[in-house]
Each structure stands twice: as C-alpha cells, then as structure tokens.
Write a protein that binds this ligand. Structure first.
Ligand code: NAD
Length: 253
C-alpha cells in the first residue's frame, strides 16, 4: 500500500533504462501519470510503451538535465501535459571509473559534476516553485552509497553523490514548512544493464560485487523503485532531508 493518490503526476529523469525506468513503471502501476524524461529518446519512448502496454499513462519529454533551458521546458511541459507535478524523481546520473584521484581528467570532472550535481540542482530549482504554487509535493534525488562514504577509483563520482545529499538536505530544510518533502535514496550495486555488461566480461567481478553486500547479492531495480515510492507517499509524511541507504546492509559494515 503505497498511499500515492491515483491521478497524481510524477516526473522521472534518467527514465530510459535501469532504476529510472523501473521507478516510472512503479509509479504508473499506482495510477500515477508519469512524465518519462531522458537524453536517450529511444529508450525513453520504450519506457512509455512498456507503461502504456501495462495500462498506465505516460508521456516522454526529452531533456538534458545539464541545460537550464531544457529543464525549465521539461517542468513546464509536465504541467502542460498533466496540469500539475506531485512527485519528482531526479535520477539521471553518470558513472565513470576514473582511476585514482591524481589520474582523473578535467573532462571527467566536468561531465560527472555536470550531470549528477548541476542536473539535480536544476531539476529541483524548477520543480520546487511548481510544488509551492500547488501547495506541496515530494522530491527524491538519486544519490548512492558513494555519497555516504569512500569510493576508491571513483572519487569524482563519490564527490558528486555527496553533493546530491548536501543539496537534498539543504533544500529539505528550506521548504520543510511549505509541504515540499525532499529526500535522497542511496543504492549500493544494483543489477542494471550497465552492471550486466560490465560483469559479463569478468564473472568474478559479479561474485565480488555480490559479496560486498551482507545479504550476499546485488540489488534489484524494483527495490530502489519501492523505496522511492515510499519516500513520495504519505507513509513518509514525517520524513524529509534523509539519505536512505537501500544497500543490502553494505553501509552497516
Ligand atoms: P543507467 O545508465 O541505466 O540510467 C541512467 C540514465 O540517465 C540513462 O538512461 C541515461 O541516458 C540518463 N542520462 C545520462 N545523462 C543524462 C543527462 N545529461 N540528462 C538526462 N538523462 C541523462 O543507470 P542506473 O544504474 O539506472 O542509474 C540511475 C541512477 O542511479 C544514477 O544517478 C546512478 O548514479 C545511480 N546509482 C546507480 C547504482 C547502480 O548500481 N546501478 C548504484 C548507486 C547509484
């Protein structure tokens, strides 16, 4: 029982694949109208088709979250399509293995910070005024367990996800009395296409990834989706400004 209200409207970025697609589908199963957004139009349209085939309502709006004008147009397009914006899942992100810190490249820094930090900031910047005007809403940003601790050979990624948590907590306090709740979800390793491609090459790495989690396996995209729906729902009505690990116990070690 998610206690999301049928007929409400959700916006999901990075929804052409992986965690974003699964969460868009989960919203739609609850009767929520979903705006599916991504830079990948083909994958985004495929997510919309999956939702419609299952009887849900969704529309695709292409958006590069690093571009202010595109994010502004995405939020305006959501309101134009469905009249409001109740839930936003700011999930678009990129992950590049950079080697040790001194081996990182300026171009990698700009790319990772651009999508993972500026993208989340721009999304919230344009979503919050709409939620304030309609009397409330809920935002969930995708951070990572790499936002809660070290990520060797991925220091820029770790910095970007720590920044997502900083943005989330600060905004949550700023809008707490205005009925806009803002939280972050922190996945550990999740079984996505990206994960499978990387580990098909070296199955030993898959075993290593599973062993990183006390539960003995990597996570499922649906397990992140259900955490996001919980954080958006009235069940989490007293919860704002948290960074929720969904990590098979990884951060408890
Ligand atoms: P994914 O690559 O399947 O999905 C990410 C999506 O973001 C893609 O569809 C991609 O096209 C989109 N995207 C990239 N740059 C964009 C941009 N500039 N504008 C709009 N969309 C853009 O990966 P995923 O695993 O589903 O990752 C989703 C989120 O979860 C990311 O923020 C990632 O950092 C985070 N995360 C993933 C894992 C994991 O193990 N998969 C773990 C922790 C956190």
């Amino acid at each position: 029982m998610s206690q999301l209200l049928s007929g409400q409207v959700a916006l999901v970025t990075g929804a052409a694949a992986g965690i974003g697609r699964a969460t868009a589908q989960a919203f739609a199963r609850e009767g929520i109208k979903v705006v599916v957004s991504d830079v990948d139009a083909q994958g985004g349209e495929a997510t919309v088709e999956l939702i419609r085939a299952a009887g849900g309502e969704a529309t695709f709006i292409r958006c590069d979250v690093t571009r202010d004008a595109e994010v502004q147009a995405l939020v305006a397009g959501t309101v134009a399509a469905y009249g409001r914006l109740d839930y936003a899942f700011n999930n678009a992100g990129i992950e590049i293995e950079q080697g040790k810190l001194a081996d990182g490249q300026e171009s990698e820094f700009d790319a990772i910070i651009g999508v993972n930090v500026k993208g989340v900031w721009l999304c919230m910047k344009h979503q919050i005024p709409v939620m304030l005007a309609q009397g409330g809403g809920a935002i969930v940003n995708t951070a990572s367990v790499a936002g809660l601790g070290a990520a060797p050979k991925m220091s820029i990624y770790a910095a970007s996800k720590h920044a997502v948590i900083g943005l989330t907590k600060s905004a949550a306090i700023e809008y707490a009395k205005k009925k806009v709740r803002i939280n972050a979800v922190c996945p550990a390793v999740i079984d996505t296409d990206m994960f499978r491609r990387a580990y098909e090459v070296d199955p030993k790495k898959a075993e290593f990834a599973a062993a990183m989690h006390p539960v003995g396996r990597v996570g499922k995209v649906e397990e992140i989706a259900s955490a996001v729906l919980y954080l958006c729902s009235d069940n989490a009505g007293f919860t704002t400004g948290i960074a929720l690990p969904v990590d098979g116990g990884a951060t408890a070690i």
